[in-house]
Design a protein around this ligand. Structure first.
Ligand SMILES: Nc1nc2c(ncn2[C@@H]2O[C@H](COP(=O)(O)OP(=O)(O)OP(=O)(O)O)[C@@H](O)[C@H]2O)c(=O)[nH]1
Ligand SMILES: [Mg+2]
Length: 270
């Protein structure tokens, strides 16, 4: 059964990445009904590059935001979630640190019945190789703090990245407040769900451009955690399952097999 997938990508000065991202997503999601929603706050030529991309690739859409009071990563992603019309939503960074090829496995996990799919760098088959030692430490500390503060995060191995997929219906009635950098933490703490599937992935080096992460993001994350301790909803009987690389492959074969267009055309011709 096919369900439309909308991928929300926040962009801030990512002109060197968006075309390659769209190309890799297209390759990964051959045969899937999807679109990509770029929500852009750039002050370089990214809007022009996005304009051209959207003319060439009809699956791409973008919104450029000028109002400086409304900009920022969290508001961008939440705005994208509300604009997008897929039954299934995904969030991914523009810089190709999240390899688009993983989208097919995430989508298969959703078709298999998950409410949410959270790829993990920290389970068998995954790797956080795209981070240097300092960033590994910072990332580990953020995870530790999140799990200490919020019980909803405790059984999730990699709850602080910006890569996840979920049923859009989970947003109904959820009080998502766009502060901070960690949107997935907000979704996990504030939305209702029953089944989370974790699949392994290898985190990559940034493809092009510069990191936008700042000290302000760390402070906002701490404020967000403090706030979510009060606002976060109770999650009883949530199941988190981890798929091995082999099992993930078998589930892709079952729920979202690659279309072998070339061989089908060939055999029809024979
Ligand atoms: N719309 C929007 N997107 C943003 C903003 N800040 C960052 N982003 C995007 O959010 C994503 C994550 O930002 P990154 O700079 O890659 O942060 P990071 O992955 O934690 O840091 P690196 O590992 O150094 O790349 C990227 O796609 C950015 O372009 C913002 O203010 N507005
Ligand atoms: Mg990045």
């Amino acid at each position: 059964m096919s369900k439309k997938l909308s991928i929300v990508v926040p962009t801030y000065n990512e002109s060197g990445n968006v075309e390659e991202l769209a190309r890799q997503v297209k390759e990964a999601l051959n045969g899937v009904d999807y679109d990509i929603w770029f929500v852009d706050d750039s002050n370089d030529d990214t809007p022009e590059v996005l304009e051209e991309l959207c003319k060439k690739d009809k699956r791409c859409r973008y919104k450029h935001r000028e109002d400086r009071d409304q900009t920022g990563l969290a508001t961008a992603v939440i705005e994208g979630f509300h604009m997008a019309d897929g039954e299934i939503l995904a969030c991914m960074d523009a810089d190709l640190q999240h390899p688009p090829a993983i989208l097919r496995s995430m989508y298969a996990a959703m078709l298999s019945g998950a409410d949410m799919c959270i790829p993990s760098r920290l389970i068998k088959g995954g790797s956080d190789g795209g981070l240097n030692i300092v960033r590994k430490f910072v990332s580990g500390t953020a995870r530790w703090m999140g799990k200490a503060a919020l019980s909803s995060l405790r059984n999730i191995s990699d709850p602080t990245s910006g890569l996840f997929m979920f049923k859009k219906e989970m947003l109904n009635g959820a009080d998502l407040q766009p502060i901070g950098w960690k949107i997935m933490v907000e979704v996990v703490a504030m939305c209702e769900y029953r089944l989370i599937v974790e699949i392994p992935y290898e985190f990559q080096d940034r493809n092009s451009g510069e990191s936008k992460i700042s000290k302000k993001a760390t402070i906002e994350y701490m404020e967000q955690l403090k706030d979510l301790r009060k606002r976060g909803i109770k999650h009883d009987s949530v199941i988190v399952t981890r798929w091995s690389p082999e099992f993930t492959k078998s589930m892709v074969k079952k729920y979202c097999p690659e279309e072998k267009t070339e061989s089908i055309t060939k055999s029809k011709a024979e």
